[in-house]
Design a protein around this ligand. Structure first.
Ligand SMILES: C[S@@+](CC[C@H](N)C(=O)[O-])C[C@H]1O[C@@H](n2cnc3c(N)ncnc32)[C@H](O)[C@@H]1O
Length: 249
């Protein structure tokens, strides 16, 4: 199964497996961006677990995702929490919003789904057209040198009354892509498995791309503590960080 089938056909299981709260990220992100209210956009919002926390904190929110399934899950989550928000079903490399936004966020290495530098530049230019000048774009993008070292994580979660195991593995790199395998194992032995490629970004590649866009990397922070990390030197092989990009013009 491909990545888009995973989100389109098994979005509810995916959302249940990755359902931990990101609400504690809202206050530091807003404080460091210097905003207390306004409009927040999340490209690749999925089930909106981060965007929903901005909505709960009183922000207007707009989630963009190309999967109708993921947007329906996001709306259902908002309904359950008594929140309101707007959604746009679109590819994040080309979209237009009616109003400019004060802040953008994209967590969880989601941007590595974009398969080329050209698509990343298209995305950043598209987003920039819809962000106010000086606004921040907070991204979690894994920066590293391609390596053949694989990774494996597994955990359990509840889905429709069953305890399901999620296994997430990256099985090494080929060219500048990493093959990811996500598996859901049910107690009766049923298995759902998706295999897809994520682009591997080095700090040097990322800097070269940013130079071709209106964004600059202004700061980087540890994801759990928001302790600053020097962004002028290579961020390769750090654990997943928050990067604060600023729209310069
Ligand atoms: C890993 S999920 C992350 C969701 C969310 N950011 C989170 O942290 O929970 C990635 C999402 O990106 C969406 N997606 C992937 N490529 C996309 C694209 N080019 N344009 C819009 N959405 C995309 C998928 O449909 C999926 O919902």
């Amino acid at each position: 199964m491909s990545e888009s089938e995973l989100y389109d056909d098994f979005g509810a299981i995916y959302a249940a497996a990755f359902d931990w709260s990101m609400a504690d990220q809202v206050e530091p992100i807003c404080g460091l961006s210097g905003i207390e209210h306004g409009r927040v956009v999340e490209p690749m919002c999925g089930s909106a677990r981060l965007l929903g926390a901005f909505a709960a904190a009183g922000f207007e929110t707009l989630g963009i995702d190309r999967s109708a399934t993921m947007l329906a899950l996001a709306q259902a989550y908002y309904d359950q929490q008594g929140l309101t928000g707007q959604w746009l079903q679109s590819d994040i490399t080309s979209f237009n919003l009616d109003e400019g936004c004060h802040l953008a966020v994209c967590p969880s290495n989601s941007l590595a789904h974009l398969s080329s530098e050209a698509l990343m530049i298209k995305h950043l230019n598209s987003l920039s057209r819809n962000l106010l000048s000086g606004a921040s774009y907070w991204v979690q993008l894994d920066l590293k040198q391609p390596s053949s070292t694989g990774q494996l994580e597994d955990w359990q979660f509840e889905y429709l009354g069953e305890t399901v195991t999620c296994e997430w593995a990256s099985s090494g790199t080929h060219n500048s892509f990493e093959t990811h395998v996500t598996r859901f194992l049910f107690p009766d032995g049923r298995l759902i498995e998706a295999t897809y490629d994520m682009k591997v970004w080095s700090f040097a590649d990322w800097q070269r791309v940013l130079k071709q866009t209106p964004f600059s990397l202004s700061a980087a922070y540890r994801t759990d503590t928001f302790a600053p990390v020097a962004a002028a030197q290579s961020l390769d092989n750090e654990p997943l960080l928050w990067q604060q990009l600023t729209k310069l013009h």
